[in-house]
Ligand binder design. Structure first.
Ligand SMILES: [Zn+2]
Length: 144
């Protein structure tokens, strides 16, 4: 008889009584194989492995959230990495948006400095700064 575990089932304690050779579990149900305790242990081991994988995937999301510079995003894991998940990709997408917004804000501040703060700027510099401000606000040149 084929078994799903390495033990065997034997009638040891009278009619309908079975003992698992692997774990020693005894049962009297009509179900002979496999031993439900051994099955549960195998399921538990599988679920522990899956939980550990998901823990690391979650930690990877936290790392991706902290890698929010052009330099640090180079350390991202690839999509074929077993610790990459859709959530990891979503975090990376949000971080990319954050980086783009910070860059846009920096350009906006620089343009504003030239246009508003620098009182002695010549007319051409002010016009260019105003153009930069409009581009930053409208995002026209950003949506390539
Ligand atoms: Zn067993």
């Amino acid at each position: 008889m084929a078994t799903l575990f390495n033990g065997d089932v034997q009638g040891t304690s009278g009619v309908g009584m079975f003992t698992c050779d692997v774990c020693g579990h005894e049962w009297t149900s009509s179900k002979l194989l496999p031993c439900e305790i051994c099955e549960l242990k195998a399921d538990n081991a599988t679920m522990r492995e899956e939980l550990e994988l998901e823990r690391v995937r979650l930690a990877a999301c936290g790392v991706a959230a902290m890698q929010n510079t052009k330099n640090s995003i180079k350390e991202r894991i690839d999509s074929d990495n077993k610790y990459c998940s859709q959530s990891y990709i979503d975090v990376c997408t949000a971080v990319d948006r954050e980086i783009a917004l910070r860059e846009k804000l920096a350009r906006l501040v620089e343009a504003a400095k030239h246009y508003i703060i620098t009182p002695d700027a010549d007319e051409i510099t002010k016009r260019l700064a105003l153009h930069d401000l409009r581009v930053c606000i409208s995002g026209v040149e950003d949506d390539k």
